[in-house]
Design a protein around this ligand. Structure first.
Ligand SMILES: Nc1ncnc2c1ncn2[C@@H]1O[C@H](COP(=O)(O)OP(=O)(O)OP(=O)(O)O)[C@@H](O)[C@H]1O
Ligand SMILES: [Mg+2]
Length: 234
């Protein structure tokens, strides 16, 4: 059963279309990675799914329900979470405050949920009063992941969670993504560290110039010579 089906969406900014009929799906327990060149429309795809842009054509189905045109807060309530490519933490707020911001729509307390996040990222507990802006890039990405997990989403949308990080930190972040997925959260992720991302993904897509270029299992993509040459750095 698919948690997400993006069906032939056309979307863009102003009068310009960036996505020219893109379709992807994510299974209920899957990690799916989208790769592709700069400017292909990968972030635009995630923004469309999260309701930050309304597609001009096509439909988006989440958990069996047509969510095309729904706004982000409605989608958060339905179980979607999104970690954008940039500016995904509040730098002047502490780790704990960042996590609390992730749970802003909860009426009751969020202590127990915060415990789950601290179990996933044990280093955060001691540093919970440190400002997010004072953390390393990798730590900030983990805070952003933690914040997104505060409302127990069914599907996590991640836009380049390991961008700009050192190789060992890239592996650590992707290991966390794998753990999050093992706990029952579906993941739709964009990654430039394509080899490492595809290695933990059930399936992947190549998006180029706003169109589906290729799709396959993670291993099919890793073993495809043309994908390797064009998109995986040889
Ligand atoms: N807010 C915006 N207004 C106008 N054009 C935009 C906006 N955001 C992105 N674009 C344009 O849309 C196209 C696709 O951008 P997008 O960010 O979706 O690509 P991407 O595949 O995520 O690229 P990258 O790998 O660099 O993150 C680019 O040509 C970009 O200049
Ligand atoms: Mg992008």
């Amino acid at each position: 059963m698919c948690i997400l089906e993006v069906q032939n969406i056309v979307a863009g900014y102003g009068r310009v279309n960036i996505l020219h009929g893109v379709s992807i799906s994510v299974g209920g327990t899957e990690i799916v990675t989208v790769i592709g060149p700069n400017g292909a429309g990968k972030s635009t795809l995630l923004r469309s799914v999260f309701g930050l842009i309304t597609p001009r054509e096509g439909r988006i189905i989440f958990n069996g329900e047509d969510i095309t045109g729904s706004n982000p807060s409605a989608l958060v309530a339905k179980g979607l979470a999104y970690v954008p490519q940039d500016k995904n933490v509040f730098p002047s707020l502490s780790i704990q405050e960042n996590l609390e911001m992730g749970a802003f729509i909860l009426k009751g307390g969020c202590r127990s949920r915060m415990e789950v996040i601290y179990e996933l990222f044990p280093w955060m507990r001691d540093k919970r009063h440190v400002k997010a802006g004072d953390l390393s890039g990798g730590q900030q990405q983990m805070v952003a992941l933690g914040r997104a997990l505060m409302l127990e989403p069914r599907l996590l949308l991640l836009d380049e969670p390991s961008a700009g990080l050192a190789p060992n930190m890239v592996s650590e972040i992707l290991e966390k993504v794998k753990q999050i997925n093992s706990a029952g959260v579906a993941v739709l992720m964009i990654e430039q560290n394509a080899r490492k991302a595809l290695a933990i993904s059930g399936r992947g897509y190549v998006l180029a110039m706003g169109r589906n270029e290729f799709e396959g299992t993670g291993s099919e993509m890793l073993n495809n010579p043309e994908i390797g040459r064009l998109y995986l750095g040889g």
